[in-house]
Design a protein around this ligand. Structure first.
Ligand code: SF4
Length: 389
């Protein structure tokens, strides 16, 4: 458990739906590899708790006394304290995004719910999850999902997690509201990512029928393995035969005549390279863990990695060194980083005092896919190199 409350996940959780809908056996395969709570997940839980409070407070859904009490708890959380400015900005942004989706920002939207448990058992065995925020306006159901992570940009387009929440909300409230459209929005402040996608109720129910077909397979560990983008966070990746077969698939793409690869073949390999590196790293990490747990893996053992000498008693060592080396040679004086200065002063003062002194040097050239949102790299001219000196 983290410092803030954590929700229980079902086998077929909405957050892993992209994976188990595409690769049904993965659900039971992942069960064999317990999920470890990462610091990113704990940080996300804290940000969600803060975002929830800001929404509840803004929409008058919490008494001030309780709001202050809960806010105090979040603001004492170590994940909050590590980066409080950023967490405040991200959750303020979340509130702004929710408000911007309302047709009339001066009125509270009808039936706004925050961190609400939704059930979709009719479609998925033990199907439940927690929707960050939803509200109804006219015949449109708005669902907003807050993502604190910045590792992978999340799209709202046919997002299965949000569509499962929508099915749950539809099941529970279709007697009360006439839903015609479902607007799903992802709010991912640390990647500057806000994107929405709308489906009709008909599209949603069609999706539900497909879910009804696949979910029982996933529940029973049946169906076919299928590798793709959804493998990224699969805990069974290292032992997955479909992943291993992908190594052979690369071989099939190569025509050995002539001996050197063509650019087209190179492109084929590049297209697979990111997921292959990811896969091979997970195999190495898995093998290491197995050996540490006493399993014998033919031809492999665990050794100590490279280590660096350190003083057993640094105070004592420096005392001796100071008798032998002048102080100005023994100690280095280094300024703190730009980010630390900004943290100490706050963004406003930092911008006032340093805006003319800050610039971002050109990043080193990095290979990216053509659809990457960043502009293509342009090498510096000699004039550029001198401009910032
Ligand atoms: S790694 Fe294997 S089990 Fe996991 S989602 Fe991919 S294909 Fe399915």
């Amino acid at each position: 458990m983290g410092e803030t409350e954590q929700k229980t996940h079902s086998l077929l959780s909405p957050s892993s739906a992209h994976r188990w809908l595409n690769c049904p056996p993965s659900a039971r395969m992942c069960e064999q590899f317990p999920s470890e709570t990462s610091i990113y997940a704990e940080e996300g839980t804290t940000a969600h708790a803060l975002g929830e409070l800001k929404l509840l407070n803004h929409y008058g859904m919490i008494k001030n006394e309780e709001y202050q009490k809960r806010l105090e708890v979040v603001r004492q959380n170590s994940f909050y304290l590590q980066n409080s400015d950023e967490m405040e900005q991200c959750t303020d942004f979340y509130l702004t995004v929710v408000r911007s989706l309302q047709n009339d920002q001066n009125k509270n939207p009808l039936f706004l719910q925050v961190e609400e448990e939704v059930n979709f058992n009719e479609y998925v065995p033990d199907g439940h999850g927690t929707a960050d925020c939803f509200f109804v306006e006219g015949t449109t159901l708005n669902i907003i999902d807050y993502k604190h992570g910045k590792g992978v940009l999340v799209e709202a387009t046919y997002n299965p997690q949000l569509m499962l929440y929508a099915l749950g909300i539809y099941l529970e409230y279709n007697w009360l509201f006439e839903f015609k459209n479902i607007k799903m929005t992802i709010c991912q402040p640390r990647l500057d990512n806000v994107n929405s996608f709308q489906v009709t109720l008909n599209d949603l129910l069609k999706f539900g029928e497909e879910v009804k077909r696949v979910a029982p397979l996933a529940w029973e560990g049946k169906g076919n393995l299928s590798a793709g983008k959804w493998c990224k966070f699969c805990r069974a990746k290292a032992v997955c035969s479909a992943q291993a077969e992908r190594v052979n698939l690369i071989k099939d793409k190569i025509n050995n005549d002539p001996n050197c690869l063509s650019y087209a073949e190179l492109t084929d390999i590049l297209n697979d390279s990111e997921s292959m590196i990811d896969y091979l790293n997970s195999v190495r990490a898995y093998a290491l863990n197995q050996i540490l747990e006493g399993v014998e893996i033919n031809g492999y053992k665990c050794v100590e990695g490279r280590s660096r000498r350190i003083f057993r008693d640094e105070v004592q060592a420096l005392k001796i060194a100071s008798e032998l080396i002048p102080e100005n040679e023994l100690y280095e004086k280094k300024p703190i980083s730009l980010t630390s200065i900004e943290k100490k002063l706050g963004k406003k003062t930092f911008n006032e005092k340093f805006s003319n002194l800050v610039y971002s040097p050109k990043g080193s050239p990095t290979l990216a896919k053509e659809d990457d949102k960043r502009p293509s790299y342009i090498p510096n001219t000699p004039e550029d190199d001198f401009k910032n000196l």
